[in-house]
Design a protein around this ligand. Structure first.
Ligand SMILES: O=C(O)CCC(=O)C(=O)O
Length: 182
């Protein structure tokens, strides 16, 4: 898998997206009125090649002093049932974020997965047309398998947090705009 880091710094379309009133409205519903972007990336998974992102909780990779954080998964191309988790698409385990244990690792081994086996068994595939978005809490168990399908898969995860809290690292603003939703 290839990765473009912080695309919002280089591609104006990401700045437009981050200020889109419809996206901002969803984020404000989930996190509150004041928001910060703490990171962005594009994961490029080539057909029949792109490597897996093992089951994990994002919390392991950017701990904060609170968990008012989520990731927006922007699908830059169509993600169909053919790219379900077993075939390189992403899956998320509903409600897994409300469990108290949080593992600070990729759940690669059978042993590390064992406490989450129920959650992983319950995972649902994330599918949608290009432009669709998923929203997942920082503790939600999720991952994606190697892309063995004949289609590329290019999710762009954006990390957003509620603004008034203290973060462990610098953040960029995500601001509501007064422009009309289209
Ligand atoms: O391929 C995916 O959609 C999973 C990406 C992911 O979980 C991550 O980059 O943190």
């Amino acid at each position: 898998m290839r990765r473009v880091k912080t695309p919002h710094r280089f591609f104006p379309v990401f700045q437009q997206l981050l200020r889109h009133p419809r996206l901002v409205a969803v984020l404000q519903d989930l996190l509150g009125p004041s928001l910060r972007l703490t990171g962005s990336k594009i994961n490029l998974k080539s057909p029949r090649y792109g490597s897996p992102v093992e089951w994990h909780q994002d919390w392991a990779f950017y701990p904060h002093t609170n968990d008012d954080l989520l990731a927006v998964g922007v699908m830059l191309d169509d993600c169909t049932q053919r790219q379900r988790p077993a075939h390189g698409g992403a899956g998320q385990s509903p409600r897994s974020h409300i469990r108290s244990p949080c593992r600070r690792v990729f759940l690669r081994s059978h042993r590390s997965r064992r406490p989450f086996s129920d959650e992983i068994a319950r995972a649902v595939p994330l599918t949608g047309r290009a432009g669709s978005m998923s929203f997942h809490h920082v503790r939600l168990v999720h991952g994606s398998a190697q892309n063995v399908s004949s289609l590329p898969r290019t999710p762009a995860p954006l990390r957003v947090r509620r603004r008034r809290r203290v973060a462990a690292h610098a953040a960029s603003p995500i601001l509501p705009t007064s422009t009309r939703a289209s």
